[in-house]
Design a protein around this ligand. Sequence first.
Ligand SMILES: C[S@@+](CC[C@H](N)C(=O)[O-])C[C@H]1O[C@@H](n2cnc3c(N)ncnc32)[C@H](O)[C@@H]1O
Length: 268
Amino acid sequence: MTGDGDGFRAVLRYIDRQMAFEPDSYNESYLDRRISARMGRRDVDDYRAYLDVLSSDPEEPAALLDSLSINVTGFFRNPPVWERLRDVLRRLTDDARRVRCWSAPCADGREPYSLAMLARDDPDVDAAALEITATDIDEEALAAAREGRYTGSRTTDLRAQLEPLSAPTDHVALDGDTVTVRDEVRRMVEFERHDLISGRARTGHDLVLCRNLLIYIDADYKEPIFETLTDAVRTDGFLTIGKSETLPLSYRDAYEPFDKKHHIYRKR
Ligand SMILES: C[S@@+](CC[C@H](N)C(=O)[O-])C[C@H]1O[C@@H](n2cnc3c(N)ncnc32)[C@H](O)[C@@H]1O
């Protein structure tokens, strides 16, 4: 952190007491980067001054929460993983009429929509069997997810993100830089708020995606998250974690690799 450790800790205490976010679970350099980003936006360069902004401007806590819940995502993020998930969906829908999937965290919804679109796009997957629940801690991200409308930018080419689909316009409407997920796809996904660290237990899922959250989490809190994830996956079900994430040592025996390179595991 930049200098004043006490000031930094005072901001963390404020977050812990006043906001729906538990800073203890995240690593400090990550928290510092996100808080400093807000300080930059508010033109303050020390933590104490930022604490004043936080406690006096009613809009700042929500802005900080949004910054803390970094929700970078995309359609078909890391495309080779999705090619393997296609196999997983084929297997699962071959074997059962009801296939329960959980995308946690889902950010603005592009991950669970990718799953739904992949299923609809592939003639060997029974999309009607899929029940997709998608959760996140961030209400703003969930509101965007429910809306299902995304606008590209100079650095984000949404049409390119949809390339894994053989017929993208069967699943989304394209209008310039804007992609709107069709109602048939939106109806396949149920969104709800859930905190992976303190939220309620879930069970019985055939496929759980937990990608690109664990990289921000403090080592001590990874285990409770894996406990939640492992309870959520049924025996022989699948768990996918992010490209730069690893299974904690204590959970390696609970899974066998389905595709080690792409971090897809099968629960024993
Ligand atoms: C980088 S995004 C990952 C989205 C998607 N899985 C992907 O890989 O593209 C991380 C998400 O984690 C959410 N998040 C942070 N802490 C969380 C928690 N304790 N429980 C649930 N979601 C959380 C953030 O709000 C954010 O949307």
